[in-house]
Design a protein around this ligand. Structure first.
Ligand code: 5GP
Ligand code: MN
Length: 318
């Protein structure tokens, strides 16, 4: 770990970026740090946060309206730039700003991240990047806006404190954060569990059309652009589908594909201890964690399923 305020001493321009296709942990870590720095850095310090537009469920997170969805590559370089919940390859429009910063700091919990910063705080045993951001903060200087954002990040990446990436340290962080008094129960309901009617129907269709492979140890399902368009949905609305098929009894690895464009699919994988999906994702140019990982692959859905299943089979037969 490093001393956050020491590394920021004298900085006049601070940037923060998260990964493309931002999820709850990306939103939570970026806005948790953003709110903390807004409160605790000198008033004349510029603090800019960069991220693609996340799902509408995060609209109530403080600072979401301040996010820069585009970047000016020719802007004055940042004194310090934080890359959160990813390595620099997934920073999207913020990548040139990170590359051009005087000091680069990378905070992440992805096992596939070798460290992109001058300073790296990378801990693959942590449940979320938000938990690692929390480690860096002085609790006395945290406010409700910051606490609520970090809480959302932790909740989302630990499956509401259920996944094996939840540790005593995670729970101690969460205990501190809910001490700020926000309505955490409604927050979980509205950002994690609640789905629109259209999302529910597409999820239902994806469940119905799911197929089992390798004697029921692998399940997969596919959502095409045609289906998303028919229901007025985008990739942001597909969260949760892969977890549903992972719940099928006997399934050790769940694979979910949604179509990004013709012959291009986003692949999400979830597994039990039997399969390390991070290794498979990295093999295909993506990354993630042992039990949750993803990548973008080109080809037809059938081809991609065959290629991914072959890698899973190699692990299952070891
Ligand atoms: P999801 O399946 O929910 O999109 O992602 C699962 C995990 O894998 C997340 O931690 C996510 O950040 C990571 N991940 C998903 N897609 C990619 C990718 O294309 N590259 C890398 N490096 N990580 C990914
Ligand atoms: Mn994360």
């Amino acid at each position: 770990m490093f001393d956050l305020m020491k590394e920021l001493a004298g900085a006049a321009r601070v940037g923060i970026g998260g990964h493309v296709r931002p999820d709850g942990d990306c939103v939570g870590s970026v806005l948790g740090l953003y709110n903390y720095l807004q409160k605790n850095m000198p008033a004349d310090c510029v603090i800019d946060a960069y991220m693609e537009r996340p799902s509408d469920v995060f609209d109530t997170v403080s600072g979401i309206d301040k996010i820069h969805e585009t970047a000016d590559e020719n802007c004055v370089p940042y004194d310090v730039f934080f890359c959160l919940d990813c390595d620099e390859s997934r920073l999207g429009h913020a990548a040139p700003l990170f590359a051009g910063a005087k000091k680069k700091i990378n905070v992440d919990h992805h096992i596939s991240n070798a460290g992109s910063g001058d300073i790296n705080y990378i801990d693959a045993t942590a449940g979320s990047a938000s938990e690692l951001v929390y480690d860096l903060l002085d609790l006395d200087k945290v406010d409700e806006a910051c606490a609520r954002a970090l809480y959302i990040g932790i909740i989302h990446d630990t499956g509401v404190l259920q996944y094996s990436n939840t540790s005593p340290k995670t729970l101690r962080a969460v205990a501190d954060l809910i001490g700020f008094g926000f309505d955490f129960s409604t927050l979980i309901e509205e950002t994690f569990y609640q789905k629109t009617y259209a999302q529910t129907r597409v999820c239902g269709k994806a469940m119905f059309e799911s197929e089992l492979l390798l004697d029921g140890r692998v399940a997969y399902t596919v959502v095409t652009q045609k289906t998303m368009q028919e229901y007025g949905l985008t990739g942001k609305d597909m969260d949760g589908i892969v977890n549903q098929i992972r719940n099928i009894k006997g399934v050790e690895c769940a694979v979910f594909l949604y179509e990004l464009s013709d012959k291009e699919f986003k692949v999400s994988m979830r597994s039990t201890d039997a399969v390390n999906v991070s290794d498979i994702a990295v093999f295909f140019g993506g990354g993630g964690h042992k039990k949750a990982a993803g990548a973008t692959l080109e080809g037809s859905a059938e081809e991609i399923i065959a290629r991914v299943t072959q890698r899973i089979a190699m692990q299952l037969t070891k």
